[in-house]
Design a protein around this ligand. Structure first.
Ligand code: NDP
Length: 325
């Protein structure tokens, strides 16, 4: 089978497509013929070696994949069934989806909703699943379309793009924050009504600013998130899922104790099976057909290392879909 293999030589990570024996696959109850994978921020960190994502080499990266069950020792899955996987350390500590086959624990797999093709599920990918979990967190915090505007940061990335599309589809008025002006037509086509430049959010935030947002989905962190918190409406909810701008959070307690703001962390890696199933069902029902055209760039396995470098340099828009099978 063909796989992208990460190795480490003198502290440097190398990534190359290799032919490897399928009997080298790790232990697991279900073997999947991978049809599609995707390129996420964490994959790019792993493949370029810019983040300490992988500690044991050789490693097959790919934190998500969709495909067809080839063999199963678990009653929940049968050969021929379509499945999708995100998270659980796959592509980090367990060989992942950027390969023709993957072998994983049955409990990590989700049966693909009938309304989604495997290809569509990987256009969505971990990024899109995370966007849905963020939207669900806003809803659970009481943010409704009539509550006011919702802000999405890192808007032209994988998580941000899907969040903009989902919120617009649900009837929210969406303001997108993007550092790149050439992404504005794309963001408008996804449903953003206003687009703000990233720099506006980089100045040092006062503890409280004018109230602007009923909800926010943040993929960036650091000063940008601190500014967003200071601008939240009374009772506002922020779903924080990313660190594309950094992992620090230079904020104060003021938005929380004076404006009743809620900061909800979002993790997709260990979200329960029930929550994943709910999120996948909702994604299948909500995303319009045009989203899959607008948001996806399709590449082959050989093109993944270059695409990972481009993602790290913020040269990628939307989702990068990897054709495997
Ligand atoms: P992408 O690279 O596709 O998108 C990130 C976006 O952030 C970019 O497109 C860019 O948007 C913006 N950005 C990039 N660099 C900076 C910077 N230095 N300062 C401010 N903004 C920046 O990544 P993903 O969408 O796949 O992931 C986004 C984040 O979410 C990552 O940190 C990732 O690790 C995290 N994540 C977390 C998950 C979880 O379970 N918690 C799951 C999936 C992702 P623009 O050009 O429009 O400004």
């Amino acid at each position: 089978m063909k796989a992208l293999v990460l190795e480490q030589h003198e502290g440097q990570t190398t990534a190359a497509v290799q032919e490897i024996a399928a009997d080298r696959l790790p232990a697991g109850e279900v073997t999947v013929d991978v049809g599609w994978s995707g390129l996420n921020y964490k994959d790019a960190l792993a493949i370029t070696g810019k983040g300490k994502i992988v500690r044991n080499f050789p490693m097959v990266p790919g934190i998500d994949f969709a495909g067809t069950v080839r063999e199963s020792k678990d009653h929940r899955f049968r050969p021929g069934q379509q499945v999708v996987l995100t998270g659980w350390g796959v592509g980090e500590t367990h060989w992942g989806g950027l390969a023709e086959q993957a072998r994983v624990a049955a409990e990590w797999l989700v049966a693909l909703p009938p309304a989604l093709s495997a290809r569509q599920s990987m256009i969505i990918g971990t990024a899109g699943l995370t966007a849905m979990l963020c939207v669900m967190a806003l809803e659970e915090g009481g943010v409704a379309p009539q509550s006011g505007e919702v802000l999405v940061t890192g808007a032209s990335g994988g998580v941000g793009s899907t969040a903009v599309a989902l919120l617009a589809q649900l009837g929210y008025r969406v303001t997108a924050v993007s550092g790149r002006t050439h992404t504005h037509p794309y963001l408008r086509a996804l449903g953003a009504s206003t687009i703000l430049p990233r720099e506006e959010f980089f100045e040092a935030a006062r503890p409280l600013e004018t109230q602007r947002w009923a909800g926010a989905i943040d993929t960036v962190g650091d000063r940008l998130l601190a500014n967003v918190l200071a601008q939240m409406n009374y009772n506002g909810v922020v779903a924080a899922c990313g660190l594309a701008g950094g992992y620090l959070l230079p904020t104060t307690v003021m938005p929380f104790i004076l404006r009743n703001v809620r900061l909800q962390g979002i993790d997709s890696v260990r979200a329960s099976l029930h929550r994943r199933q709910t999120a996948w069902e909702r994604l299948a029902g909500l995303l319009p057909a045009r989203f899959y055209e607008q948001a996806a760039t399709e590449i082959s396995l050989d093109q993944v290392p270059d695409a990972a470098a481009a993602l790290m340099d913020n040269r990628i828009t939307g989702r990068t879909l990897v054709r495997i099978g």
